[in-house]
Write a protein that binds this ligand. Structure first.
Ligand code: GN1
Ligand code: MG
Length: 367
């Protein structure tokens, strides 16, 4: 596909006036493909937009997905008057998407900002925690029944294990033999990893509207002072558990290495980053969480890490149909890095639990 031509054509369908002058691929995101497109507007000024090609293998019903996002962004926008918010452009017939053959396109305002894929500054992490906590609070009065489940059972860890088992049984590209140790570890921690799912099924944890993909690079920061501007990537906003958001954020931000670092023996949980994120997140949410939710926050970090390990491993075994990969063993490296992190989290569970309790106390003392 000639990308220049394609993106110019798609922009036209979203009624962007002016001249298309070029694009750059944004190298973040493991599922959708994202491009910054540059225009010269009729008034002569340059302006950028984002165009995304939604992965319809991952999101089987992208039209429902856009309906979810529309409702959620409008709900948040109504509370954030005057502040920066996400906005999806419309086509001439008022749709927020363009379908062309197998491709599903959408166009979003470009927000000048910085993102972080790894962290060394504790204030940035704390601000990310606040942003995801605030996001959760902004949607606390949103009617859950209005949302489609964009990926059914997205954080149903029992179902993720089932999918791993099915992949192992199918072994379509002959990769199972080389991953025996990884399978053995994941199966050995299955009950611990699924405890959050089980507690929910027993009615012990409430359902909330959650983001479900709380990687720190899904927060846009103000480059001048590192305050959080907006939470992005709302594709998986669905009914979920608060631990899904807390746990996934820690899994990504508090790992001592990047999520796909090949030297996986270096992976592990950085407890200072853990504390900074928890401080920010709980400052916004502590008052509204139930004791059972608070008690499971540390466990949820292990849960999300083990769960993603099963997803990366299943995808590797199936020949990489789901996640974008940059090289042949990418999903295997991701799996092993997540497994190393999960093991380290098991070792530090008591410390993580203690930090959560301290942060809850601080938050309650402040409020
Ligand atoms: C995917 O595409 P991205 O980077 O936002 C995935 C998440 C994983 C993440 C791992 C819809 O997110 O669940 O945690 O990769 N999103 C989907 O990096 O599957
Ligand atoms: Mg995502």
């Amino acid at each position: 596909m000639d990308m220049n031509k394609k993106l110019a054509q798609v922009s036209k369908l979203f009624c962007i006036e002016g001249t298309f002058v070029g694009y750059r691929t944004i190298q973040v995101g493991n599922v959708n493909k994202t491009y910054e497109v540059r225009f010269i507007l009729p008034n002569g000024k340059p302006k950028s937009f984002l165009i995304q090609n939604v992965n319809t293998y991952a999101f089987r019903n992208p039209v429902q997905l856009m309906e979810n996002i529309d409702k959620v962004t409008e709900h948040i926008r109504s509370k954030k008057t005057g502040k920066i918010a996400l906005h999806f452009h419309h086509t001439a017939d008022r749709k927020t998407y363009v379908i062309d053959g197998k491709n599903f396109w959408r166009m979003i305002n470009f927000i000048p900002s910085v993102t972080y894929s790894s962290v060394i500054d504790q204030q940035v992490v704390c601000n990310a925690g606040k942003a995801f906590g605030e996001f959760q609070m902004q949607l606390s009065d949103f009617d859950i029944t209005q949302l489609y489940e964009t990926i059914p059972g997205f954080h149903n860890t029992r179902q993720r294990y089932e999918q791993l088992r099915q992949a192992i049984a199918a072994d379509p590209v002959g990769r199972v033999a080389e991953v025996q140790e990884d399978i053995a570890y994941l199966l050995s921690v299955e009950d611990l990893a699924c405890k959050l799912t089980d507690l929910f099924n027993e009615g012990k944890l409430p359902l909330r509207v959650t983001h479900n993909d709380t990687k720190i690079n899904n927060v846009l920061f103000n480059p001048d002072d590192n305050t959080a501007l907006v939470v992005i990537d709302l594709d998986t906003v669905m009914p979920g558990l608060v631990g899904h958001d807390f746990g996934d954020a820690i899994r990504f931000a508090a790992n001592k290495v990047s999520e796909d670092f090949p030297g996986y023996e270096k992976a592990g949980v950085d407890l200072e980053v853990f504390r900074s994120f928890a401080e920010g997140f709980l400052e916004m949410t502590a008052d509204t969480l139930t004791p059972a939710e608070i008690d499971t926050l540390a466990l949820s970090c292990f849960t999300l890490t083990a769960e993603l390990s099963t997803r990366f491993l299943a995808d590797y075994i199936l020949g990489d149909p789901y996640f974008n990969i940059k090289y042949e063993e990418h999903n295997l490296v991701r799996t092993r890095c997540q497994i190393a992190l999960a093991k380290d989290m098991q070792l530090h569970m008591a410390e993580m639990e203690q930090i959560v309790r301290q942060c809850v106390e601080h938050a309650k003392a402040k409020s």
